[in-house]
Ligand binder design. Structure first.
Ligand code: AKG
Ligand code: FE2
Length: 305
């Protein structure tokens, strides 16, 4: 059940419909943000060879804290406004731009990378650090969510997280809006909106967690790139399977508030729906494959010109 007032809901939905994105302030408390910061530091130690812009969703699978975070009821209350009450999460990714050399994210539409059927989803971006024009905050082109999904072009001439972008020419007269956020704030954007971010050349890290939520009935068809979705709220259609909520296991996650009760919560969730045992490749293999497929422009068949 959502904690947002009717006015807050209406104004968020109105802004989203008009502009293709909207912002919610002070969604997540400082203590949980500190845990997320500790989580990012822990990921850095665990995966020293991954650039921190690439802490991708396959790493979530066995990580109870990550699931605790993306299944937080405050985030789901927001997601529910856009995708309805039965919600699964099909991607979640810390885009953590280190100080001085954080990579850009060139202009793109999220839906250009996702083979969702149907294309019903929303992206939430939870600020883990302050995010502003100095350290490469997300920038939106308002109104562009009304465009169709446009082809991608390979962009390998300078470091950038997606190794691709759409052709910006037709959008050059639209003024980008910087989405300035404090830790704990959340922005929400439409799968078709054109957005991106500049490199981080400042002395301050810029970390955000982006999370893709969709109605539990939507399927994702990008082959071998996205893990099976996690059912995070509501009921599952009978014909679908989800990945199980992971238990807290030593070495697979950080200590977090409530971790002693977590395994009971996970077991209760897992008893309620059909799930796939983890038959997929190990998370680091899928993450490396994701980065190779970004570089070769084959994340979504037919997306590239
Ligand atoms: O974090 C960024 O700079 C880009 C994020 C993004 O593209 C997204 O959340 O969809
Ligand atoms: Fe994006």
């Amino acid at each position: 059940m959502t904690q947002l007032t009717i006015d807050e809901r209406q104004s968020a939905l109105g802004a989203y419909e008009r502009d293709g994105y909207t912002v919610f302030r002070n969604v997540i408390d400082a203590e949980l943000i500190e845990e997320a910061q500790a989580h990012v530091a822990w990921l850095g130690k665990r995966y020293p060879n991954l650039r921190p812009e690439h802490y991708h969703h396959p790493l979530v699978r066995d990580d109870a804290f990550w699931v605790r975070l993306i299944a937080d009821s405050r985030l789901l209350d927001i997601a529910e406004l856009f995708v309805g009450p039965d919600i699964s999460c099909f991607t979640s990714h810390y885009v953590c731009k280190p100080p001085l050399d954080g990579h850009a994210v060139l202009w793109h539409q999220d839906g250009a990378y996702w083979d969702l059927r149907p294309m019903r989803a929303v992206t939430l971006w939870l600020a883990i650090d302050h995010s502003n024009p100095d350290n490469g905050c997300v920038r939106m082109l308002p109104g562009t969510h009304r465009e169709a999904i446009l082809p991608l072009e390979a962009r390998l001439e300078k470091p950038n997280m997606l190794a691709s972008s759409l052709n910006f020419e037709r959008f050059k007269d639209i003024t980008p809006i910087d989405v300035v956020l404090n830790p704990g704030d959340v922005s929400v954007h439409h799968p078709h909106i054109v957005h991106g971010s500049e490199p981080n050349r400042s002395a301050h890290r810029r970390c955000g967690l982006d999370i893709g939520y969709m109605p539990a009935s939507v399927g994702i068809h990008n082959e071998a790139l996205y893990q099976t979705p996690i059912l995070v709220r509501g009921d599952a259609p009978r014909d679908r399977q989800y990945q199980p909520w992971p238990e807290v296991r030593l070495g697979e996650t950080i200590h977090f508030r409530g971790d002693a009760q977590w395994n009971r919560t996970a077991a209760e969730k897992n008893a309620r729906f059909q799930h796939l045992q983890n038959s997929e490749d190990d998370p680091l293999t899928v993450t490396s494959r994701m980065m190779e497929r970004l570089n070769s422009g084959t994340v979504k068949p037919g997306a590239k010109v």
